[in-house]
Write a protein that binds this ligand. Sequence first.
Ligand SMILES: NC(=O)c1ccc[n+]([C@@H]2O[C@H](COP(=O)([O-])OP(=O)(O)OC[C@H]3O[C@@H](n4cnc5c(N)ncnc54)[C@H](O)[C@@H]3O)[C@@H](O)[C@H]2O)c1
Length: 319
Amino acid sequence: MSTRAIVTGGAGFIGSHVVDALLAHGYEVTVVDDLSAGDAARVADEAELVELDIVDADALDALTRRVQPRAVFHLAAQASVVASVEDPGRDCEVNVRGTLNVLESAGRVGAPVVFTSTGGALYGDGVPMPTPETQPPAPLSPYGASKLAAEAYVKTWSLSSGIAHTICRLGNVYGPRQNPHGEAGVVAIFSLHLHEGRAPKIYGHGKPTRDYVYVADVVAALLAAAGRAGTYNIATGVETDVLTVWHELVRAAEERAPALTGVTEQIEPELLDLRPGELRRSRLDVALAQSELGWSAQVPIAEGLRATYSALVEEFERA
Ligand SMILES: NC(=O)c1ccc[n+]([C@@H]2O[C@H](COP(=O)([O-])OP(=O)(O)OC[C@H]3O[C@@H](n4cnc5c(N)ncnc54)[C@H](O)[C@@H]3O)[C@@H](O)[C@H]2O)c1
């Protein structure tokens, strides 16, 4: 049996960690990425990198037929909420049409798809906490809407094709290799600011909460989910506000470089209003992933933030 896998978006933050884990499990890995947000340097040398836009159905199909994967991990996406508000057309094209193309090409070779959706942007505000998968989605942004539409295709294609495709609704993922230059990904953004001694902007006056989940935990969930037809929240079930994340990172910076003690504490973040499409609160119910996938997050946030800060500083110093 083939031990090949395709990872779309494998040059991205989460996808590159999925690639590493699959290689460690003995898979031959082909990465499909148009490098619009990804970085070829993140892709392990042992993996094949094919620069391709998933919107190009013919090219994706030819590649999938050649690789004959046993599973497809579909992480390629227009993943920015702000960009989705600015250009909802392109967001739709990549996240909806692109996902349909991935399903069609995977279906032709009988491969199950693991699709990364979003737990935060999908449910909207004013929902029960922790939010279960049964909560009717009410996205606030085009990005949430396109992920919801793509989910519908994944579910329908799973039912109609008899191939078990999976939807994983991720919480706020953080960890090494996260891009510090985007508009989202506060852990990486704050880490860069701390490293450079600059004050970050903190939206929603530091009060919005998220369900932060460490990237290694997410990777373990995606691998456990392959071949399971279902929709799963992949998060910790713990809610943390943005200001707490900042203070934890200040602590991590001071632990790493004791000479900074007292200096980093004096950096005053700029507190601003929430931006359009952003949620006030998010905390996901993770009981289903626990019972059906036998998966639960293992890394507590303080530990994950310390590990992330150290890894990111090494990346900043290498860059
Ligand atoms: N980071 C999070 O907290 C989070 C939360 C929920 C869901 N997700 C989802 O997880 C997935 C991975 O997110 P990430 O944080 O690693 O983002 P990322 O931007 O680092 O990775 C996405 C990758 O997809 C590639 N890509 C974009 N458009 C493409 C296209 N048309 N064709 C081929 N490749 C394309 C990019 O170049 C990039 O390498 C995305 O689907 C995202 O929506 C992420």
